[in-house]
Design a protein around this ligand. Structure first.
Ligand code: ADP
Ligand code: 5GP
Length: 221
């Protein structure tokens, strides 16, 4: 190795571009559980905390799981272009605030979106190079229903509305880059980790490779 080699950045320092990891599924298939696991284990990933007009569930914390806001405030954010995407889902409004996403991306950090297919389509249209999308399927419709009941956070009417919408949501699976069947949580989680690992290594997400390779070729052997 020459002195010149020692002055070059380590491979782990090669400049990279952040990715937008989008997780969608019919309600109850387990995407929030998978998202929570991966956020706990992966320091390089942060959650895009959505705004919603839905009522807060007993287990949810305002500002952590969602920003719970009024319909009027939602419309103000939407109309002043402060949402990167938004949609009406199961009768409530949901949207991803623009500013935290833009800050994370500019700093080369990865951001995870737990959003529905309508939001996923909007992000795919706006930032096709940055979006990596994963659709989570339940192993059976019976298990989907059982999970919605086991979660025990929604009333029966809400559960029935979500089940009714499930077939249409599942019909969107083809527009995602990856599809995971969440039968076993650890296996599903492992699959998402593998996708993130590989996507981070993609050439087009590592603009610093240009300088790295240039330096490599200048080395005297
Ligand atoms: P979603 O975010 O897709 O609506 P959740 O992550 O809230 O779904 O999961 C719904 C329920 O199913 C939760 O009670 C969760 O603990 C449970 N669950 C998630 N994945 C599995 C799995 N692989 N096997 C059994 N139960 C699961
Ligand atoms: P839940 O009410 O179960 O938390 O979410 C209902 C659905 O809304 C889920 O499919 C969830 O992914 C989606 N969702 C949550 N936040 C957003 C968002 O900011 N934008 C869009 N388009 N969908 C969202």
């Amino acid at each position: 190795m020459t002195d010149e080699t020692n002055a070059r950045p380590k491979t782990s320092d090669i400049q990279r571009r952040g990715l937008m990891l989008v997780l969608s599924s019919p309600s109850g298939a387990g995407k929030s559980t998978i998202a929570r696991n991966i956020l706990e284990k992966d320091d390089g990933l942060e959650l895009s905390v959505s705004v919603t007009t839905r009522e807060r569930r007993p287990s949810e914390i305002d500002g952590v799981h969602y920003h719970f806001i009024s319909k009027r405030e939602f419309e103000r954010l939407r109309d002043s272009d402060e949402l990167l995407e938004w949609a009406e889902v199961h009768g409530n409004l949901y949207g991803s605030p623009r500013e935290p996403v833009e800050k994370a991306m500019a700093a080369g950090r990865d951001i995870l979106f737990d959003i529905d297919w309508q939001g996923a389509h909007q992000l795919q249209e706006k930032m096709p190079a940055d979006v990596v999308s994963i659709f989570v399927l339940p192993p059976t419709m019976g298990e989907l229903m059982a999970r919605l009941h086991r979660r025990a956070e929604d009333d029966e009417e809400t559960i029935q509305k979500r089940l009714k919408n499930a077939a249409h949501e599942i019909g969107q699976w083809r527009s995602y880059d990856y599809v995971i069947v969440n039968d076993d949580l650890n296996r599903a989680f492992g699959a998402v980790q593998a996708i993130v690992k590989a996507e981070r290594l993609r050439r087009d997400r590592r603009p610093g490779l240009f300088d790295f390779v240039e330096g490599l070729l200048k080395e005297t052997i």
